[in-house]
Ligand binder design. Sequence first.
Ligand SMILES: [Zn+2]
Length: 151
Amino acid sequence: MPYNHITLDKMEECIFCKIVRKEVGSFKIYEDEDYYAFLDLFPLAPAQTLVIPKKHIDSYIFNVDDEQISEIMGVAKKVAKILEKGMKTNWVSMAVEGLAVNHLHVKLYPYFEYKDRFVKYKTYFGMVGDKATDEELSGWHQKIVASISGK
Ligand SMILES: [Zn+2]
């Protein structure tokens, strides 16, 4: 049986569309005309970040046209470089499982020292982690924003 999204498919109900329209707050990491990146509230890694198109597109990447895939990968690369600098790591992993919210999203997972990888964060590749605290989110956000502005 094909996978069915639990969330509503209607654009006006889509949480990511609401974030793009600023109806729901988010910790913004990057924004341009067509894309938006923000901290995942349910991270499996510190400063796990979601990259989404501003336009609502269904989340199964292998139904997305090649041009769009190439474009979002380019944006993901830019955002990964921001995360490398801001979170002081030299490795960011990526997954595009698309399961929790039916709005195309690339998940970026900053990696840290090997010993810490599976201690707090059990696995990097899953759907959702435990909800991050406001202190964690704003701490990561401040680091990244400070590195963007060159402080
Ligand atoms: Zn949407």
